[in-house]
Design a protein around this ligand. Structure first.
Ligand code: ACO
Length: 329
């Protein structure tokens, strides 16, 4: 049995936060943000809109496009670092409940911006082992809830949104996920952190909200991301005897245009092979790859059999890549 990427869906909140809006909040400019990151605007969820609310909207689209009945979903895995509740219940169980799927296996994973590749690897493993048939994977983030809007080094980067995919069992090898790689290096965990609130830095009576916000060593992260991602995508292509020119769509995590460009150039990819959404959504962490796949799909540019190369790098540190055909309609 193989695992096939069967369908995609996404949700973006209505509210747009532009670079000019941010320039009124912190000492920055549209020009600086555009030049250093490629980001022009990002979406921000409503105050009462939760990560699970966005996840459900993305998931419903993905299930509808899969042609499956909701009841055929036998597992839900959510990648998020901005869950509805920090300890429990998991966002996946909240999503399952909101979708009327209370008996289904459901859990979250934490791999920051690499989250979608991690949940894809989990779906593949469960399906290939015969334990599950139709796994709903979701990357959903309300990054605005863990972003410090007085820190110009981070608040310009992040946005909110959700993406979901249905991964199904198939006997057709040509539809199978070809290869996946995930990795981590905890020794560099302090490059990207929300330092407070956990047992590593337990709650104090006077806990300040900003201690739970993202702190990032941006420049150090940038350099290691370019190097690590380039090696990772070169390896996955070589290991599978696939030439860069055979990739229909390179769909990287959308953190920074300069990181995407550097990796794309290292592979000598043509512009039309590289999928970009960073200018309009910013960095939506675990949601960015499925949101980008969904954009491609809704624009009519994702066809059955198209070969996708995914890559991501984020907090942990974590990184990974995946090589797979689109097996939807
Ligand atoms: N506006 C104006 N100036 C700024 C801003 C801003 N928004 N932010 C920083 N600066 C200043 C700095 O203070 C610094 O000034 P100085 O030279 O006087 O000290 C200068 O700009 C350069 O700062 P750097 O941090 O070196 O800028 P850099 O070119 O590295 O760009 C950025 C910063 C955009 C954050 C970049 O480092 C980056 O994209 N890093 C990678 C982020 C990433 O990929 N994260 C992983 C995924 S996220 C996750 O997993 C949740």
């Amino acid at each position: 049995m193989y695992a096939a990427f069967r369908s995609i869906g996404a949700y973006v909140p209505e509210k747009v936060l532009t670079n000019d809006d941010l320039a009124k909040m912190v000492d920055t400019t549209d020009e600086w943000i555009t030049k250093r990151t490629g980001i022009k605007e990002r979406r921000i969820a409503a105050a009462d809109e939760t990560t699970s609310d966005m996840a459900v909207k993305a998931a419903e689209k993905a299930i509808e496009r899969s042609g499956l009945k909701k009841s055929e979903i036998d597992m839900i895995v959510v990648a998020t670092i901005s869950p509805d509740y920090f300890n429990m219940p998991s966002t996946a169980t909240v999503v399952a409940h909101k979708m009327g799927l209370d008996k289904v296996s459901a859990f979250d994973i934490s791999a920051a911006c690499t989250g979608f590749i991690y949940v894809l690897s989990i779906a593949k493993a469960f399906i290939e082992s015969g334990m599950k048939k139709n796994v709903l994977i979701i990357g959903a983030e309300k990054m605005s809830a863990i972003t410090d809007y007085s820190d110009r080094g981070t608040c310009i980067l992040f946005g909110d949104g959700a993406g979901a995919a249905v991964i199904s069992a198939t006997e057709e090898k040509e539809n199978a996920i070809i290869d996946l790689h995930t990795a981590s290096d905890g020794s560099l965990g302090d490059f990207l952190m929300t330092p407070d609130g956990g047992t590593g830095n337990p709650h104090q009576a006077e806990l300040k909200a900003e201690a739970s916000f993202i702190q990032m060593k941006g420049n150090e992260t940038f350099k290691i991301a370019v190097r690590t991602l380039t090696n990772d995508v070169v390896d996955i292509l070589q290991n599978n005897d696939v030439a860069a020119g055979e990739i229909t769509h390179f769909i990287p995590h959308q953190a920074n245009y300069r990181i995407i460009k550097a990796v794309g150039d290292a592979l000598k990819l043509a512009d039309e092979q590289v999928v970009l959404t960073v200018h309009k959504y910013g960095n939506t962490s675990g949601a960015s790859i499925p949101m980008a796949i969904n954009d491609l799909y809704e624009e009519g540019n994702l066809k059955a059999g198209d070969l996708m190369l995914l890559d991501a790098f984020g907090g942990g540190l974590t990184w990974g890549s995946a090589l797979l055909p689109f097996a939807g309609k």
